[in-house]
Design a protein around this ligand. Structure first.
Ligand code: XMP
Ligand code: MG
Length: 176
């Protein structure tokens, strides 16, 4: 398959598994935030595909914004989180749902929760497609979680390996 560029990739979560779980998350979010001003904040870049599918699974009027962070060098977290792209506008009074591809050590989400709280939103919660419980350094509350996965470096469905493989429609693991 040309999207794989010759690498051997094992499917961890198929397109159908992802779609079914995202439909469930969307239904729960739609019920929980009914009648409230909801803003989805996608954490760039890894969440872009998840956010696109999740937003369509939420049957509410909502806004979308993005925030960019970095803490990764290659395949290891450096632990130092930095905002590379800030939100496009203030969020005071809005209910914010941070949409993240994966909570690994939890340091990125901890940082973003603290940072966004200073901007006086009505609430901030986390929706993460994936969590690697074995890697947690800090406990972050994930209000909406797609899947817990083993401690393997995953790619596809928005997640990259040094910039590549974000366009795989499934979640996979690169095999040596
Ligand atoms: P922390 O450790 O702060 O990391 O929770 C969260 C960020 O790290 C990236 N990450 C990964 N990216 N495959 C990836 O492509 C992985 O297996 C992986 N684990 C962590 C991710 O960008 C997330 O936002
Ligand atoms: Mg990310």
């Amino acid at each position: 398959m040309s999207r794989l560029g010759g690498e051997k990739v094992e499917v961890l979560l198929s397109e159908a598994q992802l779609a079914a779980r995202i439909a469930e998350l969307g239904a729960r979010i739609s019920a929980d935030y009914a009648g409230q001003p909801l803003t989805l904040v996608g954490v760039l870049k890894g969440s872009f595909m998840f956010l696109a599918d999740l937003a369509r699974a939420i049957d509410l009027p909502l806004k979308v914004d993005f925030i960019g962070t970095t803490s990764y060098q290659g395949t290891k977290s450096s632990g130092v989180v930095r905002i590379t792209n800030d939100l496009s506008r203030p969020i005071d009074g809005e209910h914010i749902l941070l949409v993240e591809d994966i909570v690994d050590t939890g340091l990125t989400m901890q940082y973003l929760l603290e940072n966004l709280a200073t901007r006086h939103p009505a609430s901030v919660k986390v929706c993460a497609l994936l969590e690697k419980p074995a890697r947690a350094k800090v406990q972050v509350p994930i209000a909406y979680k797609g899947f817990s996965i083993p401690d393997e470096f995953v790619i596809g469905y928005g997640l990259d390996w040094d910039g590549r493989f974000r366009n795989l429609p499934f979640l996979g693991v690169v095999k040596p």
